[in-house]
Write a protein that binds this ligand. Structure first.
Ligand code: PLP
Length: 379
């Protein structure tokens, strides 16, 4: 493939070579079905057990609290729907979630609404953050589950999950956080975070696509979503994707070990990029402050239609996106940016740059130069 500059790491990341190497034998020689009782199957199950132990240790959980899924989307659906349905047995029929959740969570809420739940959406302030007063107002003794993502995928803004957890538990509800964007950059300690459920996905931290984890705290009742065999302690049917599970554990191990170094580099690249663009009028960062992931810069480019901008950048070898990859086929303005108070026009003038550990300073400088060039051209 021709050399491209890739600034879309919030959508996905390339698989780290060390991860690919670790996975390879499980695609070829160690191909067994992990649930087969014979030696080939048992070898595969040993690798799954090892991966589960690694992830559990890194998030301070028990291995029995780690469930492998087909990714963040499935984990989010399971947490929301499985958690709400289990809690309804206690007579609770309301759910609370932020208005800026990923579509995996939003669509689960819509399904729950059709199943008779009342759904309450939390607004965000103009910085893109949910305020505790809004959570306090929305959660009550009928709430089954409160969901607040740890970090937003379009703006990178970190959310007050500690407050949401405290309020949810004080009112007797479950607390779930989607940590898909948070996990690559911020440490996860499920005990300290006191979450009932937490989801994350390997392809955001240089692991394979199609594998994720749902952490479910021991003792928390959640209905199963994917029925079938007795895999994952009878809670999630389906033959285990052994190479992907092994790859996820390796990728997360690397992400945790190299986090400080990666974050420092990303902060440097973001600062450099913003400095380069500083002289240009009419650029506003969506989601500001210290409370943003080190990798994401969401910019509003006044008078520049984002589809035309992205097209020009792509033609010149730079890959980036307007926001969520899952919604990029949609012509609707971003629900995240409109929740922050941007007009439809402003939302359609916004672009997300998400940098990664392999980006170089030269790429940042070239990306900034092309950005400046196309802003000028398209205005
Ligand atoms: N949640 C968030 C915040 C995300 O950013 C994404 C993917 O972009 C998902 C969930 C879905 O994860 P997956 O792509 O693994 O299904």
């Amino acid at each position: 493939m021709e050399q491209r500059i890739y600034f879309d790491h919030a959508a996905t990341t390339p698989v780290d070579k060390r991860v690919a190497e670790k996975m390879l034998p499980y695609i070829t020689e160690i191909f067994g079905n992990a649930d087969s009782p014979h030696a080939v199957g048992r070898t595969a199950m040993c690798a799954v057990d090892e991966a589960r132990d690694t992830i559990a240790t890194l998030i301070n959980a028990q291995p029995s609290e780690v469930y492998f899924t087909s990714g963040g989307t499935e984990a989010d659906n399971w947490a929301m729907i499985g958690g709400a349905l289990a809690k309804r047995k206690e007579g609770r029929n309301e759910i609370v979630l932020s208005s800026i959740e990923h579509h995996a969570v939003l669509s689960s809420a819509q399904r729950l609404e059709k199943a008779g739940f009342t759904v309450r959406y939390l607004p965000v302030n103009e910085g893109g953050m949910v305020e505790s007063s809004a959570i306090e107002e929305a959660v009550n003794e009928h709430t089954a589950i409160v969901c607040l993502m740890s970090a937003n995928n379009e703006t990178g803004v970190l959310q007050p999950i500690d407050k949401a957890e405290e309020i949810a538990h004080r009112k007797g509800a479950l607390f779930f956080t989607d940590a898909v964007q948070y996990a690559p950059y911020m440490p996860i300690d499920v005990k300290k975070m006191k979450v009932d459920m937490l989801s994350f996905s390997a392809h955001k931290f240089y692991g394979p696509k199609g594998v994720g984890v749902l952490y479910i705290k021991s003792g928390v009742k959640v209905e199963k979503l994917v029925g079938g065999g007795e895999q994952e302690r009878g809670m999630r049917g389906g033959t285990l994707n052994v190479p992907a599970i092994v790859g996820m554990a390796k990728a997360y191990e690397i992400a945790c070990a190299e986090r400080a170094e990666t974050n420092e580099k990303l902060r440097f690249l973001c600062t450099k990029f913003l400095e380069e663009l500083a002289p240009i009028e009419g650029i506003t960062r969506n989601g500001v402050g210290d409370n943003v992931l080190p990798s994401v810069v969401n910019l509003r480019l006044d008078g520049v239609e984002n589809t035309a901008f992205l097209f020009n950048m792509d033609l010149n070898g730079v890959c980036l996106s307007a926001g969520s990859a899952c919604a990029s086929a949609s012509i609707k303005p971003s629900h995240v940016l409109t929740a922050m108070g941007l007009t439809e026009k402003q939302s359609k003038e916004s672009v997300r740059f998400s940098f990664g550990k392999n980006n170089t300073e030269e790429e940042i400088l070239l990306g900034a130069r092309l950005t400046a060039q196309f802003i000028k051209k398209l205005r």
